[in-house]
Design a protein around this ligand. Sequence first.
Ligand code: PEP
Length: 259
Amino acid sequence: MTERRPFVGGNWKMNLDLASSVELAEDITAGLGPLEIECDVVLCPPYPYLQAVGHALKHHCLGLGGQDVSEHSGGAHTGEVAASMLLDLGAQWVIIGHSERRHGLHETDQLVAKKVAHALESGLHVVLCCGETAEERSAERTEEVTTRQITAGLAGIAAEDLSRLVIAYEPVWAIGTGVTPSVEDAEKVHGSLRSLVSRLYDPRFASDLRIIYGGSMKASNAGEFIASPEIDGGLIGGASLKSADFLEICRSIGRILEA
Ligand code: PEP
């Protein structure tokens, strides 16, 4: 981990219910202590629980995020949620381009780009996800795929807006499988993404940009990922659903910050 402010996101996906969402948020706030000031900890519950979880985060420094957002600002888009609605409910963050949407729901790079642009214009902070499938990895196409996804996702985004964006490298084959790349392999991708941002903008913006890792990160492996100077934190799925596991991941960051 470097000088960049660490980021830990909890992507709760379509899990929990109202009561357990609030309880989880309360347990996390109770257990975090001073860490809530030292790093960005952002909880991303399902849309219907945003307001209640936001209420549980009141008087704390944790962030609240949506798991997706529409590319439209409003109107006849049944089932969609606008950036202004997330902001209305107290969210400051949104995850865009998660592999479960890219692959499960066929979201294209172009759609992801529209969402990123609209979310940033609306004032949200964005976690922009990228990552290769197992087949792409076997074909040694990881750099090509992540470069394509991030180049498209950042199209038209002003350099000044990059301070409100975090890139999450999430190999698709690592999500929810218990399998992870080696820290060295993840570092290689993070390094190539930082060089990409340096080419697209300039080295100053690239060195300030946070690039986090996601995919089967848990208490037992978070420390080694986060200790890497290339890895600025994590996006956590399964292990964000239990306060003890999520807090232990956050504490790994605390230990590295103290070292
Ligand atoms: C995710 O879906 O963003 C994720 C990282 O999931 P998991 O931690 O469960 O692999």
